[in-house]
Design a protein around this ligand. Sequence first.
Ligand code: MN3
Length: 216
Amino acid sequence: MSEFNLPDLSYSYDALEPYIDAKTMEIHHSKHHQGYTNGLNDVWEDLSKDNHDKGLLSLLSNLNQIKPELRSRVNFHGGGYNNHELFWKSMKSNGGGEPTGILKEAIDNEFGSFDDFKKKFSSNTAVIQGSGWGWLVYEPKSKKIQFKTTENQDSPIVDGLVPLLGLDVWEHAYYLKYQNKRPDYIEAWWNVVNWQEIESRFSRAANTAKALFSKY
Ligand code: MN3
């Protein structure tokens, strides 16, 4: 039995059309996310019992707990596994619109308005060099939300941040439909964001001391 399995999507591959096409979703989920899952299972076998007892999210939050020669594989495949799990749950058919409640308040406080947040997120994620992710994160120490980008499959958890909303801008996430037009993919993606899910993630993060390790 493998420790980690590819999580099922709660919607069909064509559910996010026309914004994200079915073929991209199928390959992204069944090949790419499966690849991170396999890589994570492989490195998991080489980790200590103590590492196993800690669990993936705890290990990501402090990679120094892992033998130096295994750290980059856990960071890459574990980050990739977790980032994608979060990504699928952050989207839905007929999504989009704007957040409400305490998340709306936090965004207004931090970024000025939802439109200002969206502009900052879109423009800074569009210019990530190579492969990476754009994020809305929660910083437990300051109890504030922030925008940040990460390279490759680095998780915000590695920096002590709780990921709330992440956008995958690896070419595998958009190239079939958008080719080199990454900004068009980002603009389209806002139409499938599942704000109810992000709001509940935010309220869990803001209310739970152990939010960093909570499962999505
Ligand atoms: Mn991806």
